[in-house]
Design a protein around this ligand. Structure first.
Ligand code: AMP
Length: 126
């Protein structure tokens, strides 16, 4: 089954400059900006400029340059915002995908969350 990318999603509109964002860093292939509803003192979204729906789409079809650029940019931001584990107290990187992942915006993104203890990764069901 092919991936279907909705080019009207809010991050596509941010990338086209139709909606403002608080940019943290921009590179050839990647844009990082503050989440509009931060869930931690540090809450930055890192997105590819290419049209990828989620992590598995990006992993399957992005170029090596795009993958390296997004990964390196996310790491640079952890350092820049003081949460990298060698200089700060750490952080969590999350990427939600699809219905079970409860993804809201269908453009691949990493959440970088830090500045507080993040709690358990997922709720226990028992
Ligand atoms: P997800 O549930 O992983 O798809 O997360 C989508 C995230 O995008 C949420 O944390 C939203 O708060 C965030 N968000 C939605 N619209 C905007 C926007 N215009 N600018 C910045 N962040 C946004």
């Amino acid at each position: 089954m092919a991936y279907v990318y909705d080019d009207q999603n809010i991050f596509a509109r941010i990338l086209r400059g139709e909606i403002p964002n608080k940019t943290v860093r921009e590179t050839a292939h990647t844009l990082a900006f503050h989440d509009i509803h931060p869930q931690a003192p540090v809450h930055v979204l890192v997105i590819p400029k290419g049209a990828y729906v989620n992590f598995d789409h990006f992993a399957a079809e992005a170029s090596a340059d795009e993958i390296a650029d997004l990964t390196r940019t996310a790491g640079d931001i952890c350092r820049e915002l003081g949460v990298a584990s060698d200089i700060g107290e750490g952080y969590r990187v999350i990427s939600n995908a699809g219905k079970h992942g409860m993804q809201e915006v269908p453009h691949y993104h990493l959440h970088i969350l830090g500045g507080r203890v993040m709690g358990r990764l997922v709720e226990r069901l028992d």
